[in-house]
Design a protein around this ligand. Structure first.
Ligand code: B1M
Length: 211
C-alpha cells in the first residue's frame, strides 16, 4: 500500500496521531503536496461523507475524521501555500450562518493567501451582520469569499449577498462563492462575481477579481 493510500485510510478512520507522519512519509515518497491533499485527504473525506449518507457512520465519526484531516493539512500547509510576496489585496472569508464546515474554507483561505492577498478569516457560522461590520472596518478590502457546505445554508449565502447590497457595500467589494453544493449557475443566480469548485481554482479567481 502506498503512503497516500495509508494516509487516506488513517483519515477515514480518524487516526489523528498517525496522520502527520504519514503526510511526511508521502512527501518523502516523492508525491506532490496537491496530490497528497486530493488523493490522501479530500477523497478520504468523500468516502466519510458517503458512509454518513448510508448511515454506516454518524456525526462523531465524521468529526473525528475531520480532525484527522486538519492535522494533515497543518503539515501540508507550508508546502501548499508557498511563500507569499508583497500584499496585493485583502479578502474577508467565512462560512455562512448556520454552517459549521470549515476544512474547505480553510484550504481556500490558505490558497488565496498564497497569491499575496491578505486574508481575514471570520470562521464558521458567520452572520451577514458580521460580514458587513468587517467590510466597514476594512475599507481596503477587495474581496468577500463566502463558503457553504449544506444545501440548507445556500439560502444564508444568498441572504448575505443581499444584505451586503442593502448595506450599500456591494460596489465596494467583489464577492466570490463556493462549497460543495454551490455551482456556477447558483453563483450567477445570486449575482456573485466569482465561483470556484476547489481551493486551487479559488486562488486563481481571487487573483482575477483583484486584477
Ligand atoms: Co457534514 N455534511 N454535517 N460535517 N460533512 C456534509 C457536507 C454532507 C454532504 C455529508 C453527507 O451527507 N454526505 C452533508 C450535507 C448534505 C447536504 O446539505 N446536501 C452534511 C451534513 C448533513 C451535516 C450535518 C447536518 C449532520 C448532522 O448533524 N446530522 C451537520 C451540520 C452542521 C452544521 O454545519 N450546522 C454536519 C456536521 C459535520 C461535522 C461538524 C461533523 C464535520 C465538519 C467539521 C469541520 O468542517 N470542521 C462534517 C464533515 C467533515 C462533512 C464531510 C464528510 C466532509 C466535508 C469536508 O471537509 N470535505 C461532508 C461530506 C463531503 O463533503 N463529501 C459533509 C473536505 C473539504 C476539503 O472539501 O469542504 O467541499 P469541501 O471544500 C472544497 C470545495 O467545496 C471548495 O474548495 C474546497 C477545497 O477544495 N470550497 C470553496 C469550499 N468553500 C469554498 C469557497 C470558495 C470556493 C471554493 O469561494 C469562496
Amino acid at each position: 500500500m502506498s503512503k497516500i493510500e495509508e494516509l487516506a485510510q488513517a483519515i477515514e478512520y480518524g487516526k489523528l496521531k498517525e496522520v502527520p507522519d504519514l503526510v511526511n512519509a508521502a512527501l518523502e515518497e516523492g508525491n506532490e503536496p496537491i496530490e497528497i491533499l486530493n488523493k490522501g485527504m479530500v477523497d478520504a473525506m468523500s468516502i466519510v461523507g458517503d458512509k454518513f449518507m448510508k448511515n454506516e457512520i454518524f456525526v462523531p465519526e465524521m468529526l473525528i475524521a475531520a480532525r484527522a484531516m486538519q492535522a494533515g493539512v497543518e503539515v501540508l500547509k507550508p508546502k501548499l501555500a508557498g511563500e507569499a510576496g508583497a500584499t496585493i489585496g485583502k479578502c474577508i472569508i467565512g462560512t455562512v450562518a448556520g454552517d459549521l464546515h470549515d476544512i474547505g474554507k480553510n484550504l481556500v483561505g490558505m490558497m488565496i493567501e498564497s497569491t499575496g492577498i491578505e486574508v481575514i478569516d471570520l470562521g464558521v457560522d458567520v452572520t451577514s451582520d458580521k460580514f458587513i461590520e468587517t467590510i466597514k472596518a476594512n475599507p481596503d478590502c477587495n474581496i468577500v469569499a463566502l463558503s457553504a457546505l449544506l444545501t440548507t445554508t445556500l439560502e444564508a449565502l444568498k441572504g448575505t449577498i443581499v444584505a451586503i447590497k442593502e448595506a450599500g457595500l456591494r460596489d465596494k467589494v467583489k464577492i466570490m462563492v463556493g462549497g460543495a453544493p454551490v455551482t456556477q449557475a447558483f453563483a450567477d443566480e445570486v449575482g456573485a462575481d466569482g465561483y470556484a469548485k476547489d481551493a486551487a481554482g479559488a486562488a486563481l479567481v481571487a487573483k482575477d477579481l483583484i486584477a
